[in-house]
Design a protein around this ligand. Structure first.
Ligand SMILES: Cc1ncc(COP(=O)(O)O)c(C=O)c1O
Length: 500
């Protein structure tokens, strides 16, 4: 700790300064107020280094506060390095001024423009192309599940059971890629429901899908490597992979999923992102022929396929399609799934299934970069699945969402007949309503938002020029009884903005 300069004197100004500024009637506690005033005065050098502060008794009398208040403030300032204090030696302002060079350099706080320019090129690209919406709840925000029907009582009971006698290893730093009990439950679920071929050891639990995508990019690709992403496609993968330094290349999708023939870009990528069960956002299901071609391409060219299976539990009419991973006989697929749609998004838990050959690297990568966590919540989740609540909840939600989807389809038909195309693949939490060619879907969204309806413009999911305008409409979290009313508002905006 620096020592007080010799020869400092007490300041008659201090009394005046505090008398002017200290307000005993303030809602701020006396000790907090006194601490703040003294600290600010020292930082602004109104109280210069070496100055001796009055004794606690004297200052308490001057301000009309308890002496203990002043003693505590002096102790706090001493603990934080603003003053020196020793019993019977007086309290002195310490010299904590930065050296002159630093002081000059930082004399003026940066303007917002300067601060923006200081952001890295990677950071600027991330901010400029940000995809996440600010508002996440309200008709018809896409991608949002119904959270009000979540079986909270059951969850609370399971959670209480864990907290009644919390195991230390659930609360300390987590070692490993996720709670073994949860990984066991997931392996069973994935085998029976999603046709994924895996052992519990291959499952890595992450804090959301973005962490999984980031881990994939950092462990399997180097800066500058090419990565194919669907176009239109999920903004999240683009943001995460670009910020990891990858050259993300959009590849067109059609009604069979990723185009692997004429549309194929030159050059072999390191990673290929696909959402084959329910292409995001247009809803195509990748055909078996394309799946096999993609797997063969990845095998031949040593690239990795990242399969994002984010919402395939919700398929209306037909049973969900088995995963692409289940067809992969050569360990080229990394399978991603999330609890965001089937439990609730705020949980921030997702998981990945990695080929056996990658298990060890991914386990180490996860703990080095993020450190695993939320093991107690993972234990609750494992019990939730083991006791059958998970599958029952999905089943109930599937029925609920099917009714809401029908209500939205009926509202669309009522207002527009068959004039506007609909893309949804009869699955998921949203559909895409095509707008007439030449429409400005961004302007429609903005006006709809002002009218109280949230949508997202299809054109923003394309990396280049969008071949068609449209709106993503999420229905899963909108009460059936409200769907017609909200759609009527939106229909009015569409009529005012588009040539029908
Ligand atoms: C295509 C796609 N993948 C994955 C996710 C889930 O991401 P997370 O697990 O971070 O909630 C979403 C969420 O909206 C999505 O739209």
């Amino acid at each position: 700790m620096p020592s007080p300069p010799a020869g400092g004197g007490s300041s008659p100004l201090l009394g005046d300064l505090l008398q002017q500024q200290f307000n005993r009637g303030s809602s701020e506690a006396n000790n907090q107020q006194l601490y703040r005033l003294l600290r600010d005065a020292m930082l602004q050098e109104q109280l210069p280094p070496g100055l001796r502060l009055p004794s606690s008794r004297q200052l308490a009398t001057e301000l009309g506060v308890a002496r203990n208040t002043v003693i505590h403030v002096y102790e706090r300032l001493a603990a934080e390095g603003y003053v020196s204090a020793g019993v019977g030696q007086g309290t002195f302002v310490l010299d904590t001024r930065p050296d002159r060079l630093v002081a000059l350099e930082h004399a003026q706080p940066a303007t917002p423009a300067q601060a923006q320019a200081a952001i890295s090129a990677r950071g600027q690209a991330l901010v400029a192309q940000a995809g996440a919406a600010e508002r996440q709840w309200g008709a018809f925000m896409p991608g949002v599940p119904e959270v009000r029907t979540f079986p909270a009582r059951i969850w609370m009971r399971l959670q209480n059971r864990q907290w009644r006698k919390p195991q230390p290893d659930l609360l300390t730093y987590a070692v490993g890629p996720g709670l073994p009990a949860l990984r066991q439950q997931l392996a069973d679920y994935l085998r029976s429901s999603r046709g994924v071929r895996c052992s519990p050891e291959q499952i890595i639990v992450t804090n959301g899908t973005h962490a999984a995508m980031q881990l994939v990019s950092l462990l399997l690709a180097d800066s500058g490597d090419k990565a194919w992403v669907e176009d239109p496609g999920y903004w999240g993968v683009h943001s995460v992979w670009r910020s990891a330094g990858l050259d993300t290349i959009p590849v067109a999708v059609d009604e069979q999923g990723l185009q692997l023939d004429e549309g194929m870009p030159q050059g072999v990528p390191r990673l290929i992102y696909v959402s084959p069960s329910h292409q995001y956002p247009l809803g195509a299901v990748m055909s078996l022929a394309r799946r096999r071609r993609l797997l063969a391409y990845a095998r031949r060219n040593n690239c990795w396929i990242v399969e994002d299976d984010y919402d395939s539990e919700f398929r209306y009419g037909r049973p969900p399609l088995p995963s692409l991973q289940g067809l992969d006989a050569h360990g080229r697929v990394i399978y991603l799934a999330t609890f965001s749609k089937v439990i609730y998004p705020g949980l921030r838990l997702a998981y990945m299934v990695v080929p056996e050959a990658l298990v060890e690297s991914f386990q180490t990568g996860l703990s080095e970069l993020y450190r695993g966590g939320q093991y107690l919540t993972q234990a609750v989740l494992a019990d939730f699945i083991a006791e059958g609540h998970f599958v029952a909840h999905i089943r109930r939600m599937r029925q609920l969402y099917a009714r809401r989807r029908q209500a939205l389809l009926a509202a669309i038909r009522q207002h527009f007949g068959e004039r506007l195309p609909i893309h949804d693949g009869a699955a998921g939490l949203h559909l895409v309503l095509g707008l007439p060619p030449g429409s400005n879907d961004l302007a429609v969204c903005e006006q709809a938002m002002r009218a109280g309806v949230l949508t997202r413009p299809l054109s923003q999911y394309y990396r280049g020029a969008a071949p068609q305008p449209g709106l993503l409409l999420g229905y899963a979290h909108v009460d059936e009884a409200d769907i017609e009313r909200h759609f009527a508002t939106l229909a009015q905006v569409i009529r005012s903005q588009c040539r029908l």
